[in-house]
Design a protein around this ligand. Structure first.
Ligand code: FAD
Length: 276
């Protein structure tokens, strides 16, 4: 089951310790020759420079094709314009364009309301200079009115100029296949890459999943609960489960896989070792 490209997602480190960890992780994951790596972006400005610094570092010190995430919520057109200029100057060719989520308590929604408006802005300012990836939600975005409206909003991002999509993570392959079928029926032709979240810590996974609306199937939750603090068994079970998901996605036509690494190498490598 070899042959599909991988990409790896990192978050921007803020301390020396976190920077050293990202360097170790990047070194280890390099062996898998990712198509590109990406770096997340915190809405509201707090990690503005962390993302660009990390992208520059991943390019210059590790030789990766590195793509910044760029979210529009909480930002002005001018701030986004400056960031785009900076990314162009650094030599970035790919951007993951998102609406983002405002941290609770932060009031100002920003000049652009939705990712589709951000894509229109990027295209208006820079034409085709950037390859634009967008977010996709096989289990439906948690704030959407309903699943069909959400699909239409997804299509609006493609019509605005998105070149590819990366999904929110999921553990039910059928959700992905149904999503791909549904958007193909709407005329969407761009690649839709599954986002893969390796499992190594159930408590953390549960917290993330509640926040982003990703479902952990009941049987998986029950099994992980039963394994409790037995860290090795949780990792083994998680790696087998996620590798089986990847195999199914590849067999069903997924064009590549995007791993949410959380800046750790082991959980992702344990999955890849079983996939290949
Ligand atoms: P949008 O596509 O704008 O959609 C957001 C919601 O608005 C949906 O419910 C949609 O149905 C609805 N909507 C869209 N258009 C309209 C319209 N015209 N009228 C009414 N409703 C509409 N967050 C970060 O802060 N930083 C990151 O780095 C980051 N990286 C991510 C990477 C990936 C691959 C994914 C899948 C998500 C990432 N996120 C990140 C999370 C993302 O920002 C949130 O899920 C956010 O809530 C939605 O972003 P979006 O770009 O999908 O929004």
């Amino acid at each position: 089951m070899a042959g599909v490209p991988f990409s790896f997602e990192f978050y921007p480190p803020k301390t020396d310790e976190q920077r050293a960890q990202l360097d170790r992780t990047a070194e280890k994951l390099k062996v898998h020759a990712p198509e590109y790596v990406s770096c997340t972006f915190g809405a509201g400005g707090s990690t503005l420079s962390y993302t660009s610094e990390t992208v520059r570092h991943l390019k210059q010190s590790h030789g990766f094709d590195a793509a910044p995430h760029l979210s529009c919520v909480g930002g002005s057109r001018e701030e986004i314009r400056e960031l785009l200029k900076l990314y162009k100057a650094i030599g970035c060719r790919r951007i993951v364009a998102l609406r983002g989520d405002l941290p609770s308590g932060m009031g100002h929604p920003g000049d652009l309301r939705y990712a589709s408006e951000l894509i229109e802005f990027i295209r208006a300012e820079h034409g085709d200079a950037f390859h634009i990836e967008v977010g996709a939600y096989p289990e439906t975005h948690p704030q959407s009115e309903d699943a069909l409206t959400d699909l239409k909003h997804f299509k609006a991002k493609v019509d605005a100029g998105a070149n590819g999509a990366i999904t929110q993570y999921f553990y039910n392959a059928d959700a992905y296949f149904h999503f791909v079928d549904a958007v193909r029926r709407l005329g969407v032709e761009i690649p839709i890459v599954p986002g893969i979240m390796p499992i190594s810590n159930y408590t953390q996974l549960k917290r993330f999943s509640e926040a982003c609306g990703a479902e952990i199937p009941r049987w998986i939750g029950k099994r992980m609960q039963a394994l409790g603090d037995d860290v090795d068994s949780v990792r083994e079970f998680g790696a087998d489960l996620v590798a089986a998901l990847c195999d199914r996605l590849i067999a069903g036509g997924a064009p590549s896989l995007h791993f949410y690494t959380l800046n750790l190498s082991k959980p992702t490598m344990n999955v890849i070792a079983r996939v290949r």
